[in-house]
Design a protein around this ligand. Structure first.
Ligand SMILES: Nc1ncnc2c1ncn2[C@@H]1O[C@H](COP(=O)(O)OP(=O)(O)OP(=O)(O)O)[C@@H](O)[C@H]1O
Ligand SMILES: [Mg+2]
Length: 231
């Protein structure tokens, strides 16, 4: 029997991961700044509602949610009507107590019976919590919570250009089932975008580097093409 998959809404990406994400799985979307992580995550939430009637929660730690929604209008994704219908919730995480994060996530998921969740970004936890072991514990607890609530989720993580690792705190890639890495690399006088599926638990996936683009319709992955960037 073919496993059920959650289509990402990103053309080309599902072809690299066996048709889509495994339901109830957790995906780390990691890459340097400006690689399109927020756009991809918004696309995942938007098409989840539009094409599959799966409500979505977007938790932003950094960008004001109005900015994210306004930028999405450039791609033709209008979240306002979806919010009014109770299909999407955007929440900005503004902590008084950093422990509020669990309640914030849980309350909003239950409110709209969300099936898709984005946390953008987990790296920003470092703004609120100093102690690395504390942050790791929080990342782990957030992952447990998202699994318990039956959501298919994306955790965004920012890496620094010179950083060799996949995440900021060195734990995000271990608590997630899937890791997708976005690259922005230089070839000669030009920068180009490419991605790879670093891991996908319980699934076959491409192990190549594929080009992608940020177009006026959002992110498009060229799944049949290979990128030749030097990382
Ligand atoms: N309307 C648009 N059309 C084409 N490309 C765009 C458009 N808007 C943004 N971009 C591209 O997308 C990039 C920003 O994407 P996004 O905000 O998703 O990145 P990010 O990975 O979330 O970055 P950060 O880590 O800073 O949050 C811009 O640098 C620009 O190259
Ligand atoms: Mg972003």
């Amino acid at each position: 029997m073919k496993k059920e998959r959650i289509e990402t809404g990103i053309p080309g990406l599902d072809q690299l991961i066996g048709g889509g994400l495994i339901p109830n799985s957790l995906t780390l979307l990691t890459g340097t700044t400006g690689t399109g992580k927020t756009i991809s995550s918004s696309q995942f939430i938007y098409y989840g509602v539009k094409d599959f009637n799966q409500p979505g929660v977007y938790v932003s730690f950094e960008e004001p949610v109005d900015n994210i929604k306004e930028n999405c209008l450039d791609f033709g994704w209008d979240f306002e009507p979806l919010e009014r219908k109770g299909k999407v919730v955007f929440v900005r995480y503004d902590p008084f107590h950093v422990e509020d994060i669990y309640e914030l996530i849980e309350t909003n998921i239950k409110k709209i019976e969300a099936k898709r969740v984005v946390i953008d970004s987990i790296s920003a936890l470092g703004l609120y919590v100093r102690d690395i072991p504390d942050i790791r514990r929080m990342v782990f607890n957030i992952s447990l919570l998202l699994r318990k609530l039956g959501c298919t989720s994306i955790l965004v993580s920012e890496t620094l250009p010179a950083q060799g690792s996949l995440s900021r705190f060195g734990v995000e890639e271990f608590v997630t089932d899937n890791v997708i890495v976005y690259y922005y690399t230089r070839t000669g006088s030009q920068f180009s975008r490419s991605l790879t599926i670093w891991k996908m638990r319980g699934s076959k996936h491409s192990n190549k580097l594929h080009p992608y683009a940020i177009t006026k319709e959002g992110i498009i992955v060229y799944s049949k093409e290979e990128a030749f960037s030097k990382l």
